[in-house]
Ligand binder design. Structure first.
Ligand code: ADP
Length: 203
């Protein structure tokens, strides 16, 4: 079973709502990862709690349109997520459990590259955006450094910087604090909280 704990809710923004109805998933090996899951949350920060194997990652990957459930429905701000995954991706920021980076490129250039992939064509706009993200995630000082030299905490913050590039309304972060020391973990959660006031954040 998964417990959803609200760390922070934003009661002002009622327009925003993630609704999950009767979501079920059984993998081909017979493991039932999700069974008739129902959930309705608005803007704010929500933690999925549950032991290993409870189905947290399965749920997050499904909402992030990376895999299909067997049954169920997912709606976000009027978008039917399973029917129109591309529409959701425009407003989605996702940080997977394993976040691979290109090691021999600076944080700044890599962010610029991700911004290009997210469709920001203007050089000037990208420059402003990348600089803003580096500042927000406190990576300004190490922007010319290679990712390969980053600590676990820096990599996580870079992960947040890249997911924020399209100003997402739905942010999904899988296992954000695994392998971080307590101080880094606190910084990471504070950062999520700071960026997540207008969005729905699931971690
Ligand atoms: P959590 O994130 O809570 O640890 P997961 O969603 O990763 O849980 O896994 C839920 C269950 O589904 C586990 O028993 C896991 O072994 C199984 N599982 C996850 N992914 C797959 C897969 N691709 N194929 C088969 N079984 C899987």
């Amino acid at each position: 079973a998964i417990i959803v704990s609200d760390f922070y809710t934003n009661p002002i923004d009622e327009a925003e709502m993630l609704t999950i109805k009767k979501l079920s998933k059984t993998y081909t090996n017979g493991v039932k990862a999700l069974s008739d899951l129902n959930l309705e949350i608005g803007a704010g920060m929500f933690g999925l709690l549950g032991p290993n194997g409870a189905g947290k990652s399965t749920l997050m990957r499904t909402v992030a349109t990376l895999q299909q459930p067997d049954f169920g429905r997912i709606l976000f701000n009027g978008i039917d997520v399973l029917e129109k995954p591309t529409e959701l991706r425009y407003v989605l920021g996702y940080l997977p459990q394993e976040f691979g980076v290109y090691p021999n490129i600076s944080a700044e250039r890599l962010l610029d590259y991700f911004a290009t992939l997210k469709g920001i064509d203007s050089n000037k706009d990208r420059k402003i955006l990348v600089s803003r993200m580096l500042e927000l995630t406190n990576l300004q000082d190490v922007r010319r450094k290679y990712e390969s030299g980053f600590s676990g905490g820096m990599k996580q913050r870079f992960g947040i910087a890249q997911l924020l590039l399209n100003e997402p309304k739905l942010i999904i972060v899988d296992e954000p604090t695994a392998g971080l020391d307590p101080a880094e973990r606190q910084r990471f959660l504070n950062l999520l909280r700071q960026v997540g006031t207008e969005a729905t954040v699931i971690f």
